[in-house]
Design a protein around this ligand. Structure first.
Ligand code: GLN
Length: 441
């Protein structure tokens, strides 16, 4: 714990906004005492971890990397985090990310851009960039990210580690600051399938404080050792034939397919929606939901209030001064698609497309056991580039957002292509995803 705290402290500009030193050392001491007395300790007991700064943890400031909440004190602890604390894991740090989860590069933050673990000139990915980089550099053993449209899987891919977005509802969202509630997921980033399995098990389960949660089965270590029930793997032809894909990503992915075939598994090409349709459907719904979710942040109950002449002005100035350009773009876009005269044309169409996408997945999973895909069409951009072209940044989410709309379990593994391979299964089949990842190891 001490060693990792030192590493984090030295690299604070890059990935960290506050270290939980006192709590961490106290907890570590307790575990040390138990070990000294030869007492039995649990699997997660004493394991140091990081937390994307969008989770409430009592006693910490939860900023969502935003100016508005830079001094906001958590009033309670998120269910998922509480479960890890109950299991004895040791929280070290709240991690830098794109403000409110808005972004794909971890540059939309008041704490400075997160740098890629393998090349500091490149972005760390987003929005859970700090979490992925901390795991990649061994500053934390695992980190808890948040994934609405790719924010765990894409930074995991950019930094060559594992990142799981579980089935929607498997882990409680209570205490996760809401971005787009219908696709927000809590998930782990770690260095092995086994670590992902352990942390997933610890956080899963029904929670009366989140009505979308459901009870799921514990995934055992043994169940991951056989690939018996994986016979057919699918991939989306149009992802690979798209002009947007880098040659290198494409070549690597095609050879990953050959490797899978060589292991005796049938690989089928599937038809799917065009990337532009996926990206526009996702951003229509995500912006609408975030505009609605962030309406509570007006300086009255939460955040740095800026007083003006009257209440209306106070709201306007507080929000204009404290939200980033990217967050404002999303609030304006979201309110537009929800407003009279536009909502039928745009928002309802988005909902209908989302249903069509989900139905397509249901049909696919009658024909194949898992679907594989590159995580992103291209490699991580240079720091600074994404800020210049938000549309290009949105389009870089082309391969992750569809699985979010389908609320499916999806895992990034650091192989297959330079930015990782994404493995997806039908709803509540998280075990199959981990099993296939283990098989490919
Ligand atoms: N990059 C996507 C977005 O900006 C996904 C972000 C996320 O999953 N939080 O919306």
């Amino acid at each position: 714990v001490q060693e990792k705290l030192d590493l984090l402290a030295k690299n604070s500009h890059n990935t960290v906004n506050s270290l939980l030193i006192d709590t961490a050392l106290k907890l570590a001491k307790k575990v040390d005492d138990k070990i000294a007395k030869d007492e039995k300790i649990g699997l997660l007991e004493g394991i140091p971890f990081g937390i994307k700064d969008v989770y409430m943890v009592q006693g910490t400031v939860t900023t969502a990397s935003s100016k508005l909440l830079k001094d906001y004190k958590s009033a309670y602890t998120a269910t998922a985090i509480q479960k890890l604390l109950d299991a004895g894991a040791i929280p070290l740090v709240k991690e830098n990310c794109d403000s409110f989860g808005h972004g794909s590069s971890s540059e939309n933050t008041i704490f400075g851009a997160v740098k890629n673990a393998n090349n500091p000139d490149l972005v760390g990915g987003g929005s859970s960039g700090g979490s992925a980089v901390n795991v990649a550099l061994d500053y934390t053993v695992f980190s808890i990210g948040g994934d609405t449209g790719g924010s765990i899987r894409q930074p995991a891919g950019y930094n060559h580690v594992y990142g799981l977005k579980p089935t929607y509802g498997r882990i409680s969202r209570y205490g996760l600051m809401a971005y787009a509630s219908s696709t927000d997921c809590v998930g782990p980033i770690a260095k092995s399938v086994e670590d992902i399995r352990i942390v997933l098990n610890a956080m899963s389960g029904k929670d009366t404080k989140d009505q979308t949660t459901y009870a799921s089965e514990h995934i055992s270590e043994d169940s991951l050792s056989t690939s018996e029930n994986i016979k057919t793997v699918g991939y989306f032809k149009n992802f690979i034939e798209s002009e947007a894909i880098d040659d290198k990503v494409k070549t690597d992915f095609l050879s990953a397919i050959e490797n899978i075939k060589a292991k005796g598994i049938e690989v089928k090409a599937l038809d799917f929606f065009e990337s532009n349709t996926l990206v526009s459907t996702y951003y229509t719904l995500a912006m609408a939901e975030t505009a609605s979710n962030l309406s509570r942040l007006d300086g009255t109950n939460y955040g740095n209030r800026i007083e003006a002449e009257n209440l209306k002005e106070t709201y306007a100035v507080t929000r204009s001064e404290n939200f980033s350009e990217e967050t404002k773009r999303r609030i304006v876009g979201g309110n537009q698609v929800l407003s009279q005269g536009f909502s039928d044309e745009i928002y309802l169409k988005g909902l209908a497309l989302r249903d069509a996408i989900s139905n397509n997945f249901e049909e696919d999973f009658k024909a194949v056991d898992v679907i594989i895909s590159p995580v992103t069409p291209s490699t991580p951009p240079k720091i600074g580039d994404s800020l210049k072209d938000p549309l290009a940044m949105y389009l870089s989410d082309a391969y992750t957002v569809g699985f979010s709309l389908g609320q499916l379990p999806t895992l990034t593994i650091p192989q297959g292509t330079e930015t990782g391979l994404q493995i997806t299964a039908a709803k509540n089949n998280d075990e199959l995803v981990l099993k296939f990842a283990n098989f490919l190891k």
